[in-house]
Design a protein around this ligand. Structure first.
Ligand code: ATP
Ligand code: MG
Length: 586
């Protein structure tokens, strides 16, 4: 058995930004932190100005902002000064086309320079920017452009031809489409499109930023669609403060870090922490345009000297699958901090980091709606593997249930309830597009309700139990799928596990597990029984799965989250609902 706690290292190469003492917590105030932002010269606040221009005008002018890696091993460094003038050019391009502040600019780009110019230039003009995942097919792109009323689109020629040209006539509000060529060459512009390179070449390096304020809408992010149709969450420029503070305290970013966020900006992590937080803190970000490949990822960590790495359970699982041998062929002397978000991180994965990379993985929790990290295992505290950590400075969390009048009851330690956060904080979302009522239902009094069930232990650590839709109620027990899945993952044959509740006349629901096996291991009746037995031994008969099926793969969103609702719909013969973010549609 592994210990329940991983202690803080006695010596650290860099002094952590945050110490978890009561005094440090009490001293925190958003108001005091606001001094870390400088504001626009003439008044107002703009995310892109804070992220790029203020560094470009100061001592970090020539510091590398982006280290762009291409699929073939090529590398190109972009300084803060250059990023500032290029994003000014893009803002001028938009302005020249008559695009107005407040218009919705969609950015459908791979992870390369154009993505950054689109997001930052759009923010400078005051557009509401919506990054889209470039692996989406035409349908999810069309739905999002339609719901989001996108009037401008930045994308590559190849993506346009494959995914947008065929839906264009159904999107009358889409007035301008700007295209670039993936390898920087000239584009052959189909009708109704313009060449980005040509427009950039003609544009000025100087741009007077639109005087946005902390409350001006800045970004539109669609949720992952794990529990249903993705919702469009609106965020404001003031979110900069949450990004900056959490980048400092949860990710421990320091000025000389080489930072890599391996999430795609099509998901909120890739924008808040792949684009904005590192720039706000003036660090160097590695930007990799390639897809996941275990060997390549280890090489990036090693050769780029990555010091802080922010990733996700799905990537860690894939690295684990690739085997420890591969990792051991590399050395990571500069790597000092690893964090993960997006799904529960099983204790096995935390320990895998410790064993194979020499560092534990720090889980943290947040949502598209919260705009930034809320709970985290940080360098300032011991890690409890399997826990999401503690509320960050400036975040007040609680476990709640609703009373009969619709009010909230704050629950004590070790009681399962809904995870709530005291509002407001700078990055809290300001609306679901077109769903006013749904937005309002997220708030009760001072609290934002997350829809996730969790419990807090006596040391103040929060433990994920499940999404309220996924939790199983069996014979009076509330069973969190994560706990059951983590227990199954401890079995050496199991690569992935997902559990759902099936209706049962007697018990309310019973637990059914779906398991995919490690490569080289074949399903068999004996293994089936062994796994059920393992579950009973680890969890007790009341919580353990009563049924189990083998699947070659489990259904996941493109951002790697288990879609338990699909397993359930398939099992019960019900409609599958929205599958626009499903990784491998059948
Ligand atoms: P949708 O709202 O469309 O169903 P989604 O909730 O998956 O999709 P995101 O906002 O990307 O969309 O994901 C946030 C959710 O991911 C959280 O509410 C939580 O359920 C889960 N999550 C994120 N981080 C963690 C974590 N560290 N541990 C457990 N769950 C996490
Ligand atoms: Mg959600």
């Amino acid at each position: 058995m592994r210990p329940a706690i991983i202690r803080k290292p006695a010596e650290q190469s860099v002094t952590p930004n945050w110490d978890d003492s009561a005094a440090a917590r009490a001293a925190f105030s958003w108001q005091a932190q606001a001094g870390e932002l400088c504001g626009l010269p003439g008044g107002g606040l703009n995310l892109a100005y804070e992220a790029v221009d203020r560094h470009a005008q100061g001592r970090r002018r020539q510091h590398v902002a982006l280290r762009l890696l291409d699929r073939n091993g090529g590398r190109c460094d972009i300084s803060y000064a250059r990023l500032s003038s290029l994003s000014n050019r893009f803002a001028n391009v938009l302005k020249g086309l008559g695009v107005q502040p407040g218009e919705r600019l969609f950015v459908l780009c791979g992870r390369g320079l154009e993505l950054y110019l689109g997001v930052l230039g759009g923010l400078k003009l005051g557009c509401v920017v919506c990054p889209l995942f470039s692996a989406f097919g035409p349908e999810p792109i069309e739905t999002r452009l339609r719901i989001g009323e996108g009037s401008v689109l930045l994308t590559s020629e190849a993506l346009y031809r494959r995914k947008v040209a065929g839906i264009r006539e159904r999107l009358p509000q889409l007035r301008q489409v700007l295209l670039y060529e993936d390898n920087g060459g000239a584009v052959d512009t189909p009708p109704g499109t313009l060449s980005l390179a040509q427009l950039l070449a003609e544009a000025s390096d100087d741009f007077a930023i639109t005087p946005t304020t902390a409350d001006t809408p800045a970004l539109l992010h669609f949720t992952s669609g794990t529990t249903g149709t993705p919702k469009g969450a609106l965020h404001v420029h003031g979110a900069a403060l949450t990004h900056l503070v959490t980048g400092k305290y949860a990710l421990d970013l320091h000025p000389d870090d080489i930072y890599w966020c391996s999430a795609d900006p099509g998901w909120v992590t890739g924008t808040s922490y792949g684009i904005l937080a590192p720039l706000l803190l003036g660090v160097t970000s590695v930007v990799d345009s390639g897809e996941f490949d275990a060997e390549r990822w280890y090489s990036i960590l090693e050769t780029q000297g990555v010091s802080v790495w922010y990733t996700a359970p799905t990537a860690i699982r894939m690295l684990m699958k690739a085997g420890a041998e591969l990792a051991r062929r590399h050395r990571f002397p500069r790597l000092r901090f690893i964090a993960s978000v997006g799904e529960p991180l099983n204790p096995e994965a935390v320990w895998w980091g410790q064993d194979v990379l020499g560092l534990p993985i720090h889980d943290n929790w947040w949502q598209t709606e919260t705009g930034g990290i809320m709970l985290a295992n940080t360098l300032a505290m011991p890690i409890k593997p399997g826990s999401m950590g503690k509320p960050l400075p400036g975040v007040e969390a609680a476990i709640v249930s609703r009373d009969e009048q619709g009010g909230l009851i704050l629950l004590g330690d070790e009681t399962v309830g809904e995870l709530a956060l005291k509002q407001p904080w700078p990055a809290l979302f300001r609306g679901y597009l077109g769903q006013e009522e749904r937005y309002r239902r997220c708030f009760v009094g001072d609290w934002y309700l997350s829809g996730d069930l969790a419990r807090r232990d006596a040391d103040g650590y929060y433990w994920f139990v499940g999404r309220s839709d996924d939790v199983i109620k069996s014979a009076g027990h509330l069973i969190g799928p994560f706990e059951v899945e983590s227990a199954l993952l401890e079995h050496p044959a199991v690569a992935e596990a997902a559990v759902i509740g099936l209706p049962d006349a007697l018990l309310g629901e019973t637990v059914k597990a779906f398991v995919s096996l490690k490569s080289g291991i074949e399903p068999s009746a004996a293994l089936h029984d062994e796994l059920l037995g393992h579950g009973r031994k680890r969890l007790g008969a009341a919580v353990a799965p009563k049924a189990l099926a083998f699947l070659p793969d489990l259904p996941r969103t493109r951002s790697g989250k288990l879609m338990r609702r699909l397993l359930k719909a398939r099992e019960l013969g019900l409609p599958e609902g929205d599958t626009s973010t499903l990784e491998n549609p059948r």
